[in-house]
Design a protein around this ligand. Structure first.
Ligand SMILES: [Mn+2]
Length: 436
């Protein structure tokens, strides 16, 4: 990528320089993301953890992921516009987690205390991110925290309710619960199925292939594409405190549940069913659908991780020590955000002006490189296709993939930096001449 041997050497030196810090490299992007969130006014703080497998690395001190391979975990929070645009506004917080030991086989039976400490440890990263984002943005814009079932954790739910954080989180396992009018405990699913649905919607489901790792396949079995008729029911429930937790955690949490289910799934297919925990109001069909929409927009973080891994090929790097991997990550994360935006804006809202995604200099460079091909007010789709072309995309090969976009955007960015540098140099030169 670096073009010459000396530049490559300089890049490695930069990545290994102990005086360069992960947080310091990332900070400007985090600040700008927060600024964009405030300007947008209504955002989702989407939290998730992703695994980075670093097979190419000979380095030590990297930690292990659950398969025993070398790697680490990234817990990330991004801001996503809470609207149909689903625009990703950037990264708000990133924490890397290194497991120093290969995980031993999980014991099937844990004592209550072990469960509690495990629950605490696993939940702390979620809560740290929620609390930090809430403190930073909570007073300046509307924030709803969104996470998948990994975050279904009594401690976290309890903390968020107490702190008044708004949230939508998918239920992991059917928790002990009861309706507010009932005396005896049953399960969330039992309480939920007793309620009539208040909204319906037809939703296209995409096909899912069988080529997935066994664990994922068990959770998400392969399916054909179909139009699913989904029903939405909602109700308040009381969640029972798990046996392994004690005071100061409340004995029960009052929380709203939105139950999404497919009313007439084909026999051969597994019916769609979700339970979402939220403290958003859910008395009307519209409110229940708003909660579901917030959850569906969570998908943007999966696309973001894909931009880091497939788009920027982060895992393919050949780095030796943990520090270098971290600095490379701090550089990659903002780049991945730009890549994701270019790609998804071009797909979702192709007619938005290109200058929302590319800088004026970058557009000027494109204009120079492709004379007559850039219109007076280029759309993001137009610009994306030209960037892909710079990356070597062949028109007849369908929609550009991550790789050509990454190549094109890197090239464009470097050229634009060169133009800006040349301008700065010629300005400085002119000043110097005047002095003489
Ligand atoms: Mn997840």
């Amino acid at each position: 990528m670096m073009g010459s041997e000396s530049e490559r050497e300089a890049a490695y030196r930069f990545l290994s320089n102990e005086r360069v810090e992960f947080d310091a490299v990332l900070q400007p992007h985090l600040e700008q993301s927060a600024g964009r969130a405030v300007a947008s006014g209504r955002v989702l703080a989407v939290h998730d953890t992703s695994t980075f497998k670093l097979e190419g690395s000979r380095g030590r001190e990297l930690g292990f992921i659950n398969t025993g391979a070398k790697g680490f975990y990234l817990h990330a929070t991004i801001a996503v516009e809470n609207a149909d645009t689903r625009r990703c506004l950037g990264l708000l917080k990133a924490t890397t987690i290194f497991r120093e030991e290969k995980s031993k086989k999980e014991k099937k039976s844990r004592s209550g205390a072990q469960c509690a400490s495990l629950e605490n440890r696993e939940s702390s990263r979620w809560w740290e991110h929620v609390a930090a984002v809430q403190a930073q943005l909570g007073h300046q814009c509307e924030v709803i925290h969104v996470a998948d079932s990994e975050a279904d954790n009594y401690t976290l739910l309890s903390n968020m309710l107490e702190a008044g954080c708004r949230f939508v989180i998918r239920m992991a396992r059917d928790r002990k619960a009861r309706g507010p009018e009932e005396d005896s405990w049953s399960r969330v699913s039992t309480a939920a199925t007793a309620v009539e649905h208040i909204a319906e919607r037809e939703v296209p489901l995409s096909a899912r292939g069988a080529h997935r790792p066994p664990r994922t396949r068990k959770k998400f079995p392969p399916r054909d594409a179909r139009i699913a008729k989904l029903c939405f029911a909602a109700m308040p429930v009381l969640l029972k405190r798990p046996a392994y937790l004690s005071d100061p955690f409340q004995k029960e949490l009052k929380i709203n549940v939105v139950h999404v289910y497919e009313s007439d799934a084909p026999d051969a297919e597994e019916a769609v069913e979700w339970f979402l925990f939220t403290n958003e109001p859910v008395t009307t069909g519209e409110e229940a659908l708003a909660v579901v929409d917030a959850y569906r927009r969570r998908w943007v973080i999966e696309e973001y991780f894909r931009a880091v891994k497939t788009g920027c090929a982060y895992e393919e790097r050949q780095l030796e020590n943990r520090h270098a991997w971290m600095i490379a990550l701090a550089i990659t994360l903002p780049l991945a955000w730009r890549l994701l935006n270019l790609r998804s804006a071009a797909r979702r809202s192709p007619d938005t002006p290109a200058n929302q995604t590319l800088s004026d200099t970058e557009l000027a460079v494109l204009r120079h490189l492709r004379p007559g091909r850039v219109s007076a007010a280029p759309t993001v789709r137009e610009a994306m296709l030209l960037v892909a072309e710079l990356g070597g995309h062949v028109k007849n090969n369908g929609e550009p993939g991550w790789l050509v976009l990454h190549r094109g955007l890197s090239k464009l960015q470097t050229l634009a930096e060169g133009v800006e540098m040349a301008q700065a140099l010629s300005n400085a030169g002119r000043k110097a001449t005047r002095k003489m």
